[in-house]
Structures are given as C-alpha cells and as structure tokens.
Write a protein that binds this ligand. Structure first.
Ligand code: IMP
Ligand code: MG
Length: 178
C-alpha cells in the first residue's frame, strides 16, 4: 500500500536486490571477528535486512546497537554528537561494520567511526543505505553505499519525519517536504 502524499523513490524489490549485492561486497572484504553496529534509530530496518543478507553471504557477524544524537538544527551546539546508547562489546582488534540509514553532513558517522577506532577496532567499515552528495560538513568516505540519493527529505524503511513513516517497506519522499 502506498500513501497519497508519498512518492516512492526506492521500492521493496530494488532495496532487497541492493541489500544482497551490498552483502556480497561486504563479504569480499573478508571481515574478521565481525561486529555489526547499527546506528539507531533510522537504520533498524535496513540493518535487519542487511544482516540476513550477510548471513546469506556466509558471514557470521555479532550485532550491536548504538544510538547517537547530533544537534543538526541547533545553532550553538551544531556539530556536537551525544551518545544515548553505547555498544557493550569490546571492539579491540575486531572488524566493525557501522550501519546507518543516511550519510549527510557525516558528523554522526565520523564521530562513531573515530570513537570505535580510538577503542582499538582493527577496521571500521561504514555502510550506509543512502548517501546525499554535496552535503558533507566533515570528511568521511563510506565503504559501502546502497544508493546515491537526490537531495530531498526521505522517509520510510526505518526513516522518519517527526517519528512518522518508519514502518513503510519502501523509501519515499513526502510531497511538499524538502
Ligand atoms: P549526518 O550525516 O550526521 O548529517 O546525519 C544524517 C542523519 O540525519 C541520518 O542518519 C538521519 O537520521 C537524518 N537525516 C538526514 N536526512 C534525512 C532525510 O532525508 N530523512 C530522514 N532523516 C534524515
Ligand atoms: Mg540517523
């Protein structure tokens, strides 16, 4: 079911096919003692599907969650990132796959990657479902990108606007919004 004011950008079939090819790309890097870290909340649906695809590609990742909040809208604290929930596993000498929904300014992922590297991770590979080009405020190169996305506000497949639309099985754009 689609919604009258939502335009579909990436449908379920396209997302599923991309998840499988991403898993093949990730497996080709031969990760060791792999810990997948899903960045909450927006990546939960993508991470769930990607993890099952990784299983299909023969990987056996452990799974953790991290919830960070960046103050993108605040003028004063802009650029600051706060940890709301941290990973509980020791990442020392492990390969970590950081999974997030959208790479935009890069602040969230640059912060999380630096933190995990500082804790002694062997490699931190960054996998994002969507990348919005030309929006980067800090330098970070994602290792795996699902789709390069037009610069519009997207929802669905875990992503929200004001807590709504996360449940949609596809990625869409709300008419009249960004
Ligand atoms: P940044 O890369 O630190 O700027 O943060 C990217 C985060 O902003 C994503 O993980 C989303 O939570 C949020 N975000 C950015 N663009 C969108 C959008 O179009 N829809 C929903 N959330 C977005
Ligand atoms: Mg996010």
């Amino acid at each position: 079911m689609t919604l009258p004011n939502v335009t579909v950008l990436y449908d379920e079939n396209r997302i599923a096919a991309r998840n499988h090819s991403l898993a093949v790309e990730i497996a080709a890097t031969n990760p060791e003692r792999l810990l997948a870290v899903a960045v909450l909340k927006g990546s939960f649906m993508f991470a769930a599907d990607l993890l099952r695809a990784l299983h299909g590609s023969g990987l056996e990742p452990e799974v953790e969650f991290m919830h960070v909040s960046s103050y993108r809208e605040a003028t004063v604290s802009s650029g600051q990132v706060e940890i709301l929930r941290d990973v509980q596993s020791d990442v020392r000498d492990r390969d970590v796959l950081l999974i997030d929904d959208i790479l935009e300014s890069g602040r969230t992922l640059a912060f999380a990657k630096d933190l995990l590297m500082a804790r002694g991770a062997r490699r931190v590979l960054v996998c994002v479902l969507l990348e919005k080009p030309g929006k980067r405020a800090v330098h970070i190169d994602p290792d795996f990108v699902g789709f390069t996305c037009p610069d519009v506000f997207v929802v669905g497949y875990g992503m929200d606007v004001a807590h709504a639309f996360r449940q949609l099985p596809f990625i869409g754009h709300i008419k009249g919004l960004g």
